[in-house]
Design a protein around this ligand. Structure first.
Ligand SMILES: [Zn+2]
Length: 122
């Protein structure tokens, strides 16, 4: 499936319509109860394409996780819509989900329970 050059989503060209664009920022620059204004968000916000502000906050947290070596269990994300009329504040929780994978060279070692065909003396 092709990737949209604007929003980066996978979809069939022709049917595809980009979801709305949001500007997202984490709260590292801000004290508790302080909020960024629209100009700050416009200048420093990271563009995320998502169907709503909440999904934008989650996508931003995922982007942040991929970018930073250290990722907090909980992060504050500010999200502004393109009209600049509203800025949402979300606390995004991370759930630690372990993931496992096996490389191509993996060969299982076999430990048979008992040797096949061996007779046991009574
Ligand atoms: Zn798109």
């Amino acid at each position: 499936m092709p990737t949209c050059p604007i929003c980066g989503n996978y979809d069939w060209i022709g049917n595809h319509k980009c979801p709305p664009k949001w500007l997202c920022s984490d709260d590292q620059e801000f004290e508790r109860d302080e909020r960024p204004d629209a100009d700050y968000m416009q200048e420093n916000g990271h563009a995320i394409f998502a169907t709503d502000a909440e999904k934008a906050a989650i996508s931003f947290a995922e982007y942040y996780q991929a970018r930073e070596a250290f990722y907090p269990d909980e992060m504050t994300v500010f999200v502004m819509d393109e009209s600049r009329e509203k800025i949402w504040k979300y606390i995004v929780d991370r759930e630690t989900v372990p993931s496992y994978s096996v490389g191509w060279n993996y060969k299982p070692e076999v430990y048979p329970c008992s040797p096949v065909g061996e007779e046991v003396e009574p």
